[in-house]
Ligand binder design. Structure first.
Ligand code: CA
Length: 446
């Protein structure tokens, strides 16, 4: 055998040897992993995902859970049945209404738990697979349970980080030639939102009321006429900081637990009148919808792509290295009452100009502290093409271009009894990691 070939063989053996001894957490995303639980190829929840949520079956208190295929796995029950004995977990950590205490244990523990769940679900592991009694206790069909708000959100921040969205809005309301404001490419613009009205997917809410201003008349009070969705994602903070501390772009990943889909409902007519000079207020805080499953940032690493080319160069505290955007396909559907849902938007998270790491570095650069469970939303995510716009404001171009529904009706904005559904997933080869659904229904104003 030629020396080169021998050498190659030796190196391959070393590589294989090294792989075996890599920590478990590194291999959770291996596309070849399979579970003894059946997972359909188009499922959002293969064994490589294992997102976290909170559920109730209506009989017991809320428990934390993971998703696999069409099931939820009750983590509190698994814990009580001693499946997590080697992981340092408080006794009732999965039975505490929200995931905050669990997330707050830190990535070493939450990562070890995810690795253990993956291990228990893998084809060759018989421990749970062969224990029918335990299986019946811990698995429930997703269709039979109610998903709850997964985290207690202390503070909610909304950014404005999609360049196509900011450009579209600038063109419509300001200067078509000079759409972006002077600060936009120098910092991730954002504002502090309200956490009390963030609801989990599946809720409904009444059309908001408020002040609007007809063009040539005094302001009037009434139901919002231009109700809109905003296609967003949000990340959940997994580690707190002290006041005065800043998080660098390179360390930001350690503070991000995971991501959800997020519909940041907006009352456009109320917004136009109220937002000067302090920005969003009642047009934004009447309801927001988040998806129930927090997909861990680790599950999304395989889908990292290059970030947006940022010109002009950003200030040093906003610089980052490596691939920081993520290839997440995003869709929006409108489902009128008694009709099929129509897809109105296909966008992608990769169109974000500012990354999560930059948003977090900017948010904390002044010493502002963050807490486990805080939520930071992307801002409306639009792509460059017309069918990729992430709001009705842009899709209908301020109402000048109505969209057709499957029942023949038209939409410039969102009607009463419409349900708006966001979906999101990543795909690379056979590996598909999804977010589930983020849906909410609009009821008439009270
Ligand atoms: Ca928003």
């Amino acid at each position: 055998m030629p020396v080169g070939k021998k050498m190659h063989g030796l190196l391959t053996s070393i590589a294989k040897f090294t792989l075996i001894f890599e920590p478990m957490s590194k291999n959770l995303q291996d596309p070849s992993l399979r579970s003894w639980i059946e997972v359909k190829p188009d499922s959002d929840f293969p064994i490589q995902n294992l997102p976290f949520g909170m559920f109730t079956d209506g009989k017991t208190d809320p428990h934390a859970c993971c998703a696999i295929g069409e099931y939820v796995i009750d983590l509190q029950k698994l814990h009580e049945l001693s499946y997590f004995n080697n992981i340092p977990l408080p006794v009732n950590v999965f039975a505490r209404t929200y995931l905050n205490d669990f997330i707050g244990l830190g990535k070493e523990t939450t990562g070890a738990l995810r690795a253990r769940i993956s291990e228990l679900l893998q084809t060759d592991n018989k421990q749970l697979q062969d224990n029918k009694a335990d299986r019946e206790i811990v698995f429930k069909f997703q269709k039979d349970v109610t998903m709850l708000l997964p985290v207690r959100i202390g503070d909610y921040t909304d950014f404005y980080s999609s360049i196509d969205h900011a450009t579209n809005v600038g063109k419509m309301f300001r200067d078509p030639e000079n759409a972006l404001l002077p600060n936009w490419k120098h910092l991730p613009v954002g504002y502090h939102g309200r956490a009390s009205s963030i609801c989990v997917s599946g809720h409904s809410f009444h059309r908001p009321k408020g002040q609007t201003k007809p063009t040539d008349a005094p302001p009037v009070f009434g139901a919002c006429k231009l109700l809109d969705f905003e296609l967003e994602t949000a990340f959940i903070i997994g580690r707190s900081t002290q006041m005065g501390e800043s998080v660098s772009t390179d360390k930001a990943g350690e503070y991000i637990f995971g991501m959800v889909l997020f519909n940041d409902w907006s009352a456009r007519d109320i917004q136009t009148w109220e937002y000067v000079p302090l920005g969003p207020f009642l047009a934004k805080n009447f309801a927001s919808t988040m998806s129930p499953w927090i997909v861990t940032i680790e599950a999304l690493e395989a889908f990292r792509v290059k970030g947006y080319k940022q010109e002009p160069k950003v200030l040093p505290y906003l610089e980052y290295s490596g691939k920081k955007n993520i290839d997440i396909n995003l869709e929006v559907y409108i489902k009128p009452e008694n009709s099929e849902a129509a897809r109105v938007c296909e966008s992608n998270y990769r169109y974000m100009y500012w990354t999560m790491e930059q948003q977090l570095a900017h948010h904390t650069v002044n010493g502002c502290n963050i807490n486990v469970g805080d939520m930071m939303a992307s801002g409306t995510i639009s792509g460059p093409e017309k069918h990729q716009f992430g709001s009705m404001l842009e899709l209908s171009w301020r109402g000048t271009n109505p969209l057709k529904m499957k029942d023949g009706s038209e939409r410039k904005f969102i009607n009463d009894h419409d349900t708006v559904i966001l979906r999101g997933w990543c795909k690379k080869g056979d590996l598909r990691i999804g977010f589930g659904e983020c849906a909410a229904k609009v009821l008439p104003a009270t």
